[in-house]
Ligand binder design. Sequence first.
Ligand code: 9YT
Length: 131
Amino acid sequence: MFVRKLSEARDTARHTKSRTWDSVRLLLANDGMGFSFHITTLYAGTETHMWYKHHFESVYCISGSAEIEDKATGERHLIEPGSMYALNANDQHVLRIKEDFVCACVFNPPLKGTEVHDQDGAYTLDAEEVG
Ligand code: 9YT
């Protein structure tokens, strides 16, 4: 068993910062859990296009609010505290942030550390993960 504190992980190698979001990755692949676990903040007024082609992700909203749009269907949902969304089909999606959006995210397979989105909004896999 081990314990980690969000406050102690901020501004360390676990804290990845991008233009529209930052993410403190509290569990990573090398923790051996089979998933990674992040506390992510997306910034009010921004729009982020994502397409996790190689990962499943679930996101639980802790605070703030955002609209998520499924790019395949055009369906839109308001995500507020208490709601979770699951990208169970490598869904191409866009998040439009209304108020700073703090969420807990789980990725399978786990991220390794400092991944940021590529031009398609994906995180790449290493050769051993592709098989
Ligand atoms: C909600 C979301 O997907 N944000 C992008 C950042 C991601 N959760 C990460 O890399 O931690």
